[in-house]
Design a protein around this ligand. Sequence first.
Ligand code: 6PG
Length: 470
Amino acid sequence: MSTSEIGLIGLGTMGAMLSLNIAEKGFAISVYNRTAEKVDAFMADAGPLAERITPTKTLQDLVASIAKPRAIILMVPEGEPVDQQIAALRPLLDDEDLIIDAGNANFHDTNSRAAAAVAAGVPYLGIGVSGGEEGARHGPSIMGGGDQDNWTRVYPILEAISAKYNGQACATWMGPGGAGHFVKTVHNGIEYADMQLIAEAYGVMRDGLGMSATDCGAVFDRWNQGPLKSYLTEISGEVSKAVDPQTGAAMLDVILDRAGQKGTGRWTVIESQQVGAPVPVIEAAVASRNMSADLETRKAGEALFGAAPQPLPAGAMTLDALEAALIAGKIMCYAQGFALLAKAGENYGWDLPMPAVAEVWREGCIIRSSMLNDMAEALTQDAARNLMFAPYFATLLNTHQSALRHVVGTAVAHGLPVPALSSALGYFDTMRTGRSTANMIQAQRDFFGAHSFERIDASGAHHGPWGSNA
Ligand code: 6PG
């Protein structure tokens, strides 16, 4: 019987949780997984929700079980598996059946797949889904991309399953083609940077102030009551206080300091370079993950040069200063992320709804935080303005910039690595330097390549009195 309102392929963690969420909101759903045992295991764990879920073991059965016009969500690993899945599925579908890629696709791939779908006259959506396992199960943040009519078609389901902020659904159409996946990519870039900033604050507390993981946890808990209130601050408190059941030690102390990554942070940085919208705090975060992976070289470095981090002298830094530095760093990282969204939006001809991006991130996603509501307000006032210039954030930066400078300066003087906080400070200072040093770059370029420069006192292209012109 073709009764399911939607189908889902890929019962990995995110796909399974999303399916349960859809069923829980009252929609009949059919599910399929390449390895059939996963379907059985999923059904066995579905409990009472199983009555709204149709398990299928072949793509043909999946398609046959869904009411027309069909909508099928793909939750498979990004890249080749998505293309393979589309190639296997499309011939079984009618022309009006909609495929929705809800994985962490590279938005360039989504652009190509959307263009191929348009050429074939079939509907396609690429949507970014954030919130991890818990979010997928109980309410993710959803960033949609593709033809708006197709988005509207499935919106009732997406709205129902999404997170709510004061009753407002965190499910928004961002634009055509890969716009939704692009917004999700930048979300992840900010996620990397926010995590790195927190990790640096933890490093200052652990190595500089000699604090235990539990004590760090108490500080994160306290910070989570103030301007830094966010999911990432909250879970940093949780993980800091957790105890390893095997050893009884603090969990953080037995976790290897080698960070993994699936690539979305890197995509954000690559794109920022492509469109010329600098995101140095995110770059520092991606670089730090890469450096963390090279454990052996770091160990050799410590043996050769001596360990970098030194304890801070008593009274050298307060936790209040560290909190203030983190607030300033966080503003800079978000300002960069939103500036990238604005620039890429122009570049790709997307009219990205900037305030709505901040709004869709207020609940459900990994970077949800109280600051995002203030960002949504600032972007509503002026969507094109860099967030650090919005009066609310400019005031915060004026209040906290000296703490950022003090924390970075003190950390640097004592060998405590703070690359993301330093980048934030470098960005802040660069962005308030009316006369930069790029005149030297221009002179050098003209000297070795006759690339010409502009003058401060005359229009047009000029050359300097060097080389053959001297
Ligand atoms: C989310 C997350 C998620 C991401 C993981 C791991 O919004 O739910 O961004 O999509 O895949 O956080 O990412 P890395 O492995 O790259 O750290």
